[in-house]
Write a protein that binds this ligand. Structure first.
Ligand code: GRF
Length: 219
């Protein structure tokens, strides 16, 4: 279940006043919007410079346009394989001088090209308390299992599905009578708080990864 340990003993970034963030998405983009709003609040230490979607119809792309953030559909089908696709994305990230990549409902596994280019600098949010219920339909999995508490997790990205080192989690109660939609909504509210907070921590003091343990070095 657990992904390979990452060996990054130095804080990946620290004390940046204006970290540059790219968000990858495939759908609605509500986490993206929450991240952008947080980035525009007074005293924020990061800004969102780029949104990338693998899907042309992703509602998140329209949200990006409304925020005035450059947003691109990069169609994986245009490339001979994942490496070429990710090399194109790397070039886009380079042009913007991106420091941190945040996956927010991005429905693809990250491959070696991006992982090597951004070691310890790719985050994801998942709507469960990992390592429980990785992959698709985490809320439905939680309901089927009958857990009383679920939640959300922000973690570093590795080559697995939701397997990277855990940075922060928020618990959310599962209430009697919950269905997938009510539980999704309750968890999503916490996602929108947690993700921007972790991004801010990333830039304010750094996050040190020691094996699977993440030490928050917030100042
Ligand atoms: C969120 O529940 C997130 O945890 C998961 O995909 C969903 C994306 O929602 N990875 P949105 O596109 O941010 O609204």
């Amino acid at each position: 279940m657990a992904g390979p340990a990452m060996d990054i003993r130095q804080p990946v970034k620290s004390n940046m006043k204006n970290g540059k963030v790219a968000v990858f998405l495939s759908g609605r983009g509500s986490n993206f919007a929450a991240i952008v709003r947080a980035s525009r609040a007074e005293g924020a230490n990061f800004s969102v410079r780029l949104a990338i979607s693998d899907r042309k119809d992703a509602a998140g792309l329209k949200k990006a346009a409304r925020f005035g953030i450059p947003a691109f559909h990069v169609d994986p089908k245009r490339f001979p394989g994942k490496d070429a696709y990710e090399r194109e994305i790397c070039a886009m990230l380079d042009r913007e001088g991106i420091d941190l990549v945040c996956l927010a409902g991005y429905m693809r596994l990250i491959g070696p090209v991006l992982l090597e280019k951004y070691p310890g600098r790719i985050l994801n949010i998942h709507p469960s308390l990992l390592p429980c219920f990785p992959g698709l339909d985490a809320q439905a999995q939680a309901l089927r299992h009958g857990v009383k508490v679920s939640g959300c997790t922000v973690h570093f990205v590795d080559s697995g599905t939701d397997t990277g080192a855990i940075i922060a989690q928020r618990p959310v109660p599962v209430r009697p009578g919950d269905d997938e939609q009510t539980l999704k909504r309750r968890i999503l509210r916490q996602e929108h708080r947690l993700y921007p907070r972790v991004i801010s921590m990333f830039f304010s003091g750094g996050l040190q990864i020691n094996g699977r343990t993440v030490i928050i070095m917030e100042k």
